[in-house]
Design a protein around this ligand. Structure first.
Ligand code: DI6
Ligand code: FE
Length: 397
């Protein structure tokens, strides 16, 4: 396949979006074979039939690197409660919050979980998403954590999308272990990780390091097991308070630390040293009406790569629009439109440990999004408008 008459935002790390005017992309065997100015296209890639994009913008297809899109039920009632004045933590302590989604997730079959997720997956794909990370963490017992991960992997059988799964057994303490988080880690969280890994269901291990969830010491025990199994880690860190999660994640060479509203410049330095990505989740900040913004300047100065994701989940971020996440990252956190686009392409791939997607570069997967816009800043600029023209997944239109 040869795409011509395109503007390319290659997002390959070169300045100004890696923009190429009058560009062409040659695709062979599902991979990008060549990309650059059409005038320089090598003869071997010249085809009789090419697709004329009439000046449209081509970017890498988008990557949502942090979602909880597999879950049971919804929490619209909790939304009402919070509007009546209850805080997220109060709702959680009253048995609502994550634990109510746990009950709904346990009650659902694997097929039901999958069917419940597909409309949101479809919304993501319709915005040019090619890769979705999906976490477990609403099962919180061995069978139900495995069920969630199997449902997550099954998304890729139903839709043309790459799925990366993260095991999030350390998401919340289930009711049957109330007040006994260490017993939960020993008796459920670690054995479920071993079982899920044995079934090949785990691409990364995640945790929630927070007052309403687990301490750094408890998370470290889960990370030790991940390390022993050779699985990379990531962490929900400093979302509602600073417990040292980002530093802990850095100690374990985490792929990413996520949320980070309460992170400091010191945390940023530790993450930069470890090469961990800061995953910025403005949907949760917005939904919880947080006031502390993540320290974007500190990440920028320290050279921490920033990703942006939806955090699509039924409680703190019932959002499935990655384009809206980009807009929010700019408006709420003062990220630039170029940083936001890098955050859903190159840096999102890095947050998942994926080296063959997220940029327009020879050798990488031909996962591309073609947009009816003139300039890449338009992607983050509009609110509630989807300019996707076509998506190319693994070289297929
Ligand atoms: N932080 C979040 O924002 C989500 N999980 C987490 O660890 C919220 C999950 C939920 O409220 O259901
Ligand atoms: Fe999350």
């Amino acid at each position: 396949m040869l795409l011509i008459n395109a503007t390319l935002a290659t997002m390959d790390g070169s300045p100004a979006y890696g923009l190429v005017e009058q560009g062409a992309v040659a695709i062979r065997d599902g991979r990008i074979a060549w990309a650059g100015p059409a005038a320089e296209l090598p003869g071997e890639f010249k085809l009789d039939e090419s697709i004329d994009l009439e000046g449209r913008l081509v970017t890498p297809a988008l990557i949502d690197c942090h979602t909880h899109v597999i879950h049971g039920g919804n929490r619209a009632r909790e939304f009402e409660m919070r509007l009546e004045g209850a805080s997220y933590e109060e709702v959680a302590r009253a048995g609502g919050g994550i634990v109510s989604t746990v009950a709904a997730t346990r009650a659902a079959t694997q097929e039901q979980l999958l069917a419940h997720a597909l409309p949101r997956v479809d919304a993501m794909i319709a915005e040019g998403v090619s890769t979705i990370e999906i976490k477990s963490g609403y099962g919180l017992d061995i069978d139900n954590e495995l069920k969630m991960l199997r449902a997550a992997r099954a998304v890729a059988e139903k839709r043309p999308v790459l799925i990366q799964t993260s095991y999030l057994g350390a998401h919340a303490v289930p009711p049957e272990y109330k007040g006994r988080p260490d017993a939960y880690i020993d008796e459920v969280c670690i054995p479920a990780l071993e079982a899920a890994h044995a079934e090949g269901l785990v691409d990364a291990v995640d945790g929630f390091c927070e007052g309403i969830a687990f301490t750094p010491r408890q998370i470290a025990r889960v990370f030790d097991k991940a390390r022993a199994l050779g699985i990379p880690v990531k962490l929900h860190a400093e979302q509602l308070s600073n417990l040292g999660g980002a530093k802990l994640a850095a100690e374990y060479d985490a792929l990413s630390a996520d949320h980070l509203e309460y992170a400091t410049a010191e945390d940023a330095a530790a993450m930069a040293k470890a090469g961990s990505v800061a995953v910025i989740l403005p949907g949760a900040f917005y939904t919880l009406r947080e006031t502390a913004a993540p320290p974007i300047d500190a990440f920028r100065e320290a050279g921490v790569p920033m990703a942006v994701a939806t955090d699509c989940n039924p409680g703190s971020s019932p959002m499935s629009s990655l384009l809206l996440s980009m807009n929010m990252a700019c408006t709420l956190f003062r990220m630039t439109p170029e940083e936001a686009l890098a955050g859903v392409t190159r840096n999102a791939a890095r947050a998942l440990g994926l080296e063959d997607t997220g940029q327009i570069k020879p050798g990488l997967r031909a996962d591309l999004a073609v947009w009816d816009v003139e300039h890449p800043a338009e992607l983050a600029y509009r609110i509630g408008f989807n300019p996707l023209w076509k998506r190319i997944f693994g070289g297929a239109l």
